[in-house]
Design a protein around this ligand. Structure first.
Ligand code: C5P
Length: 311
């Protein structure tokens, strides 16, 4: 093994759920202004980067077959953007160990973009500031900055302008993973179609929801959860209504579509209750799988850096 083959950086990066997703009217650039309250959840992808002769991506995990391994992958785009900025070759092997549902509305692709950016920055010893990394994240996609910082945050603009939020305690969630993904642009277009008959009000964060996060009150949070993209996701995938009903019947405090879907999210009153909801969802036959996870979770984090003087 050569020294460069021993050089390796591994980054862990969380999924997200939107506890409030308020959507405004389409802007001239095609994006929508949002009041987007993100919570990072403890389901993780791991991104490992090693020096290579060319930029290449590999992926492992149950959904790996659905992940693009070309330059459209946000992890590749992150490496290219960082290398271009520093005038260096983007020659790196990016390996994605994928545990976040693919095209599920949990920012799995964004997580890989943020994770690859942080990993390449460490591999290439660039020591970029957090603000420099966040600027690249915002170029890559609206949800990518949040994947870098994690925790809880309000995203405004198209979701990329972040204000970190205080939270207390840990919220137990269940995520029901549907068969097949939903395309985010398609869901936004369906939102436009469904709201075309009346003016869409400007999006605003709900103070009661922010209070519930601050105090760690799951019952209060459950009462304030909202997602303006939910009617669009349900219109495109009507079977999701059965999943929401099954989770509520199993005792979830609240149920909603996660982001643009089709993953559905269920807030539980305790970790034990979350396990029961997950079991009931699986037994209902209305989803492919059900995952239990806690939020908030830490943002993208270097968990291993070996080789060339770093151990
Ligand atoms: O920013 P990102 O590339 O993740 O967005 C994917 C697509 O989702 C956009 O091309 C747009 O169609 C839609 N979108 C939107 N408004 C936002 C964020 C995303 O319309 N604030």
């Amino acid at each position: 093994m050569t020294p460069s083959e021993r050089t390796r950086v591994r980054v862990r990066v969380p999924a997200k759920v939107n506890v409030q997703l308020a959507v405004g009217a389409a802007r001239p650039d095609g994006f929508h202004d949002l009041a987007n309250v993100f919570l990072a959840v403890g389901l993780y992808d791991e991104i490992t980067v090693t020096p290579a002769d060319t930029l290449r991506i590999t992926c492992e995990g149950p959904d790996a077959g659905q992940v693009p391994l070309d330059a459209t992958n946000l992890a590749a785009r992150a490496a290219l953007a960082l290398a271009r900025r520093h005038g260096i070759d983007p020659h790196v092997h990016i390996h994605i160990a994928k545990d976040i549902p693919v095209a599920g509305g949990m920012a799995g692709g964004s997580a890989d973009g943020a994770g690859a950016l942080l990993a390449c920055d460490a591999l290439w010893s660039l020591n970029s500031s957090r603000d420099e990394l966040l600027a690249i994240c915002a170029e890559l996609g609206s949800d990518v900055p949040f994947s870098l910082i994690g925790g809880a945050a309000l995203g405004t603009g198209r979701g990329e302008q972040l204000t970190p939020l205080d939270t207390d305690g840990a919220f137990p969630w269940v995520f029901a993973v549907a068969d097949g993904g939903l395309s985010t642009p398609t869901v936004f277009r369906e939102f436009d179609r469904l709201t075309a008959h009346a003016p869409v009000p400007p999006p605003a964060a709900d103070p009661a929801l922010l209070d519930a996060l601050r105090t760690g009150d799951a019952t209060a949070l459950a009462a304030t959860l909202s997602n303006d993209l939910q009617p669009a996701a349900l219109s495109l995938r009507p079977s999701l209504a059965d999943t929401l009903t099954a989770g509520r019947a199993a005792g979830a405090l609240a149920a909603l579509v996660s982001g643009s879907g089709p993953t559905t999210a269920f807030l539980a009153k305790s970790p034990e209750a979350a396990d029961e909801v997950a079991e009931a969802l699986l037994a209902s036959g209305t989803c492919r799988t059900a995952r239990v996870a806690t939020s908030p979770a830490e943002g993208a984090t270097v968990v291993e850096h070996t080789g060339q003087g770093r151990n």
